[in-house]
Design a protein around this ligand. Structure first.
Ligand SMILES: Cc1cc2nc3c(=O)[nH]c(=O)nc-3n(C[C@H](O)[C@H](O)[C@H](O)COP(=O)(O)OP(=O)(O)OC[C@H]3O[C@@H](n4cnc5c(N)ncnc54)[C@H](O)[C@@H]3O)c2cc1C
Length: 331
């Protein structure tokens, strides 16, 4: 053999040898998120089986690097510096829905919108709200996702997780998950791999009509044709983050190629060329505006992954159309 040879990252070599699912070195993560910004992971594994997750667990421990679980990336802001360890996402091996009466077994990679339609077609009701949440079941459990008066905690019976710290599979009853408004107490190393839901019988045609209504409402009120991550902030008790941001003149505020949506003040949309830093700085500007205008500290709903600069005093921001009255947010 002549000349130089490329050095293979030993972490990648170990994962490639051990995993049945796809392993990509130095993987771009932006396309795995709905905001479409962010850097690269040292390695990205698409796990197809529990054995792949066990391999991820072992490799992380062998090489002293952390894990980050990515679902549909619809509530995720990944830093421009990316993730220095193993990013893991669940592949088709973790999809699937089985309906038995009101009991529904679901794989964690199942998209919530298609799950909502599947259970509606099976004549089950109460889950129509999920048609508009573009995440996976696993991400929805972690976030206790909810909308239009429903949330995951209302339907979950139990959740199956694989713990990356110990490479063990565990069953968690819903009461142990600590599910509150857009929050769970699941440990960081717990990868949700499946869940059991309990739904009540209903009329399929009626539920399909509800789904159509919810989709129409979303199209009318949210910037669905631009990259975004849904609600950036949780609603403070008794108020709506969108109303507060609007009243503080936040609509249209811009940093680089990230902008507070003109259509819904609690959405940030990204334009071509936007960076995660743009989005993060804009989040801090919006937070500072609402703090100054209303004395309320907004709490981020979007999950941050990787390193971000600490909040700075960004000075006075550009002016939005703060006079517009807010509409009610039904979620
Ligand atoms: C247009 C739009 C509308 C939205 N509307 C709503 C809404 O009405 N209500 C609402 O609640 N949310 C909404 N969201 C936000 C988002 O869809 C939800 O939070 C969703 O549950 C996130 O799921 P995900 O698979 O995309 O998770 P990701 O964004 O990939 O990850 C979110 C968090 O969950 C963790 N995670 C992901 N998968 C797993 C897993 N298998 N096991 C363990 N942890 C995991 C991640 O590590 C991260 O901490 C919206 C987003 C968009 C873009």
């Amino acid at each position: 053999m002549t000349g130089a040879h490329r050095t293979v990252d030993p972490l990648v070599a170990e994962l490639s040898a051990a995993c049945g699912g796809q392993v990509i070195a130095d993987a771009s993560l932006a396309g795995l998120t709905t905001l479409r910004v962010g850097g690269r992971a040292r390695v990205l594994v698409t796990a197809e089986t529990d054995a792949d997750l066990v391999a991820v667990s072992r490799a992380g421990r062998d090489h002293g690097v952390g894990w980050a679980v990515i679902g549909r990336g619809s509530n995720l802001l990944i830093s421009d510096a990316g993730w220095p360890g193993i990013a893991v996402t669940l592949g088709r091996g973790f999809r699937g829905v089985t309906v038995d009466g009101g009991r529904v077994q679901v794989g964690a990679a199942e998209p919530l919108p298609s799950l909502a339609v599947t259970v509606a077609d099976a004549g089950l009701s109460g889950f129509a709200w999920a048609c508009a949440v573009p995440g996976t079941l696993g991400g929805a459990v972690r976030m206790n996702a909810g909308a239009h008066g429903g949330e995951m905690v209302d339907h979950l019976v139990e959740v199956e997780v694989v713990r990356l710290a110990t490479a063990t599979r565990e069953s968690w009853p819903v009461g142990a998950l600590g599910l509150t408004y857009r929050h769970s107490e699941l440990p960081d190393d717990a990868v949700v791999v499946a869940a059991t839901l309990e739904l009540r019988p209903g009329d399929a045609a009626e539920v399909r009509e509800q789904i159509a209504g919810i989709r129409a409402w979303r199209r009318a009120h949210q910037p669905l044709n631009e990259p975004n991550c849904g609600s950036v902030f949780t609603n403070p008790p008794g108020d709506s983050a969108g109303r507060l941001i609007d009243a503080a003149g936040g609509k249209g505020l811009r940093v680089g190629n990230a902008e507070v949506s003109q259509r819904h003040a609690n959405f940030i949309v990204t334009r071509p060329g936007a960076t995660a830093t743009d989005v993060h700085r804009l989040i801090e500007q919006v937070r500072a505006r609402v703090r100054a205008a209303a004395g309320i500290e907004l709490v981020a709903e979007v999950t941050l992954l990787g390193g971000f600069e600490p909040p700075q005093d960004t000075g006075p921001a550009g002016v939005g159309d703060g006079a517009r009255p807010a509409g009610a947010d039904p979620w």
